[in-house]
Design a binder for this molecule. Structure first.
Ligand SMILES: *Cc1c(COP(=O)(O)O)cnc(C)c1O
Length: 427
């Protein structure tokens, strides 16, 4: 794979010698990522700089503890890396305290619960089937097992969160912690209103911004930092960094949060990905990142508008952020989300099947599709391309039983993708 040799000669050329098999698999996925329209809203293409530092010697070091107070010797440069990541994250988000060690978003949420709650305490979270995340109280997740869960969803008419209903549920269940945030909600969150509800029952407010952290950093979504006691986020979604997460909180919770992450739940931090987070925060503080995030939203609105012109119904009628949900039942009664996603993959279009609010089908089948614009925006596509993408989707689903037409669309998708290389070394 000479492409990655030129990117990181010392490592890639060695890898080719040591393990050509893994190089070959990676090369195949590189081609898949280049040749497909990747519309999964939780994914992104991290920059080459972010990827390079992840395969560095920083991966070799144990550094349990925090800068200045490690349980291992030889950590002076690890301290520099982690402190830089924290400093940059603080500058980007304006939070009082930040822990950059959680390995992933689920671990970040687990640490917050571990820090602020006792097993059996009540959490009010969004139900998985209506857009919440597993860690917001799903029965199959630790959160649904160790804590008492009260669930909210969206209003049946508007398919939006109704703050009066949230206030009513909070008064009824008296949660110790309220989670605001979602994985499949196409509208903005009014964090000030959530703060008001949390205060009305003396609950902690956790804003889980895993999906929208990039939008927030880029000024394309209201800011939760003034309102949340704690804020968790992944770093690999719209924020476009490496896989990882972080927790932001008010200074008064700093010790509890830090102790919950280490030694509460994790051992050694992954300094190579913490360094990559630092790189991503630097990239996110450049003016171009604002433009990028604004374009993600513009593209989502353009894609949504064209899908609607193609007679698809979107949950809540459209989008204010980076994602949208297609309700397939409005157009094809018998076509499930699972089948539709497979047909689209035949044409090189990668989406998630997803439940829609009040879905009659099961989570493995679903009646909806979840689509997002972060990745196609990263590769440079704009509103004009969104029209093409929406038309490819409509044409594929309309001709889903005709393999030859799906093949033709696959060809057009590849042509479009070729005009927008995902990394410079593919040009
Ligand atoms: C993606 C996501 C997470 C979890 O992230 P992982 O890194 O996959 O564990 C948590 N909360 C929300 C809202 C998410 O969208």
């Amino acid at each position: 794979m000479n492409t990655s040799e030129s990117r990181n000669p010392s490592i890639a050329s060695k890898l080719g010698e040591v393990d050509p098999q893994i190089v070959e698999i990676t090369a195949k996925d590189l081609k898949r990522q280049q040749d497909s329209l990747m519309l999964i809203p939780s994914e992104n293409y991290a920059s080459r700089a972010v990827m390079e530092i992840q395969s560095s010697i920083l991966a070799n070091k144990y550094a349990e503890g925090y800068p200045g107070e490690r349980y291992y010797n030889g950590c002076q440069f690890m301290d520099e890396v982690e402190s830089l990541a924290i400093e940059r994250a603080k500058a980007l988000f304006g939070a009082e305290h930040i822990n950059v060690q959680p390995h992933a978003g689920s671990q970040a949420n687990m640490a917050v619960y571990h820090a602020l709650l006792e097993p059996g305490d009540t959490i009010l979270g969004m139900s998985l089937s209506q857009g919440g995340h597993l860690t917001h109280g799903a029965g199959v997740n630790f959160s649904g097992n160790y804590y008492n869960i009260a669930m909210y969803g969206v209003d049946a008419e508007t398919e939006r969160i109704d703050m009066e209903e949230i206030a009513r549920l909070a008064a009824q269940h008296r949660p110790k912690l309220i989670v605001v945030g979602a994985t499949a909600y196409p509208r903005q969150f009014d964090f000030a209103a959530w703060r008001h509800v949390a205060d009305s029952v003396g609950a902690y407010l956790l804003a889980d911004i895993a999906h929208i952290a990039g939008l927030i950093a880029g000024g394309a979504h209201p800011d939760p930092v003034p309102y949340g006691d704690v804020i968790t986020t992944t770093t690999h979604k719209t924020l476009r960094g490496p896989r990882g997460a972080m927790i932001m909180c008010k200074a008064e919770y700093a010790d509890k949060i830090d102790r919950a992450v280490f030694p509460g739940l994790q051992g050694g931090p992954f300094l190579h990905t913490i360094a990559a987070r630092a790189v991503a925060f630097k990239e996110a503080s450049a003016p171009a990142f604002k433009t990028y995030q604004a374009q993600i939203v513009k593209n989502a609105k353009a894609l949504a508008a064209r899908l609607i012109e193609n007679d698809f119904r979107l949950v809540s009628g459209g989008t204010d952020n980076h994602l949208m949900l297609i309700d397939l039942t409005s157009k094809y009664e018998k076509l499930s989300g699972r089948q539709a996603a497979d047909h689209l993959e035949d044409a090189g279009i990668i989406v998630n099947k997803n439940t829609i609010p009040f879905d009659k089908r099961k989570p493995r089948t679903t009646s909806g599709l979840r689509l997002g614009t972060p990745m196609i925006t990263t590769r440079g596509m704009k509103e004009d391309e969104m029209v093409l993408v929406a038309d490819f989707i409509a044409e594929t689903l309309e001709n889903r039983q005709k393999a030859s037409i799906k093949r033709q669309i696959r060809g057009k998708v590849k042509e479009l993708c070729a005009q927008f290389p995902i990394y410079e070394y593919l040009q």
